[in-house]
Design a protein around this ligand. Structure first.
Ligand SMILES: [Zn+2]
Ligand SMILES: [Zn+2]
Length: 299
């Protein structure tokens, strides 16, 4: 009881201290926009069309800086695989499948958010919206949950008995670029997308948490597929054990190992980062031998 009291009083002191922080200048316009949305649109429209619009805007806006990098010579020193530049043909091929996937798979999948919100009584009101300091620990928890699901399911998708049927499509690009983050077989979109859902089921009390998690997840996955490693750009790099773009880029280059999405610990625990560590030790001295799982009989 005394311990609970101590924790609660510490939290109250922390909340009092937060009152001394300067007020967020965007607070008022954001509040007005949120109230306008609630007054003018139904719960159904907000949960389905609203969530879909946020996904589309976030996806293409987050892809944009990486897309522009290919036209800026000064950025080429940050390209992880400089010998494999993005081509117009590859980007067009990717965009076509992304549009198909966003319309035919993501739209119904995201539309399911309405039933989830109704069933669990998820709030949409301004007053119930968690503060940023309550939101950030939830985002961290979401990243850990999704990463754990992603590691084991992604690793299973690399089993050579199923690889060629599903996950091979995501590996069409040995040097990924931002848009390839969601370039995948519909089954993979659904199966790996469940990691996103488990995270939200355990942390969500308000639709803003769902939308914030959507944006966090897109920032993470588009960055690790961007093909560029630009220092100080993404605050997620401040997280201990954050994998980053070089880690996942190696997965695309090598086809094996580095199965996690966000953190490096599962690969460390199960030794599936061995080839990544060998690569880092030897890349300065010799060419890395890439083994395509479909060509390698002994795998
Ligand atoms: Zn893979
Ligand atoms: Zn990938």
């Amino acid at each position: 009881m005394a311990e609970d009291g101590t924790i609660i009083s510490t939290m109250r002191v922390a909340e009092d201290l937060l009152d001394y922080l300067p007020e967020n200048p965007l607070q008022e316009p954001l509040k007005n926009a949120w109230l306008y949305m609630n007054e003018n649109y139904s719960k159904f429209i907000i949960a389905t069309i609203g969530s879909y619009i946020i996904h589309e805007l976030a996806y293409f806006l987050i892809c944009l800086p990486g897309f522009i990098c290919q036209f800026i010579p000064a950025m080429q020193k940050y390209k992880i695989q400089p010998n494999k530049p993005e081509t117009a043909a590859n980007q067009w091929k990717c965009l076509k499948l992304i549009i198909f996937s966003h319309v035919c798979i993501d739209f119904p999948f995201i539309g399911g958010a309405y039933f989830y919100i109704e069933y669990f009584g998820i709030s949409m009101t301004w007053d119930d919206m968690p503060a940023w300091y309550q939101m950030l620990p939830r985002m961290y928890a979401c990243l850990i949950i999704e990463d754990t699901w992603h590691y084991f399911v992604h690793r299973a998708l690399h089993d050579r008995r199923v690889y060629k049927y599903i996950h091979k499509i995501h590996h069409s690009f040995q040097a990924p670029f931002g848009m390839t983050a969601e370039y995948a077989h519909p089954a993979e979109t659904m199966i790996l997308g469940m990691g996103f859902m488990w995270a939200i089921l355990l942390t969500c009390s308000h639709i803003s948490v769902l939308w914030m998690w959507l944006i966090f997840r897109l920032v993470e996955t588009i960055e690790v597929h961007s093909g560029y490693d630009v220092p100080y750009l993404n605050p997620l790099h401040l997280l201990p054990f954050y994998a980053g773009p070089r880690f996942h880029d190696f997965h695309h280059m090598n086809f094996n190992g580095n199965y996690s999405s966000t953190f490096t610990w599962w690969d460390k625990i199960f030794g599936t980062d061995r080839q990544w560590n060998d690569f880092n030790k030897t890349k300065a001295t010799k060419e890395w031998e890439v083994i395509d799982p479909l060509k390698e009989k002994s795998q």
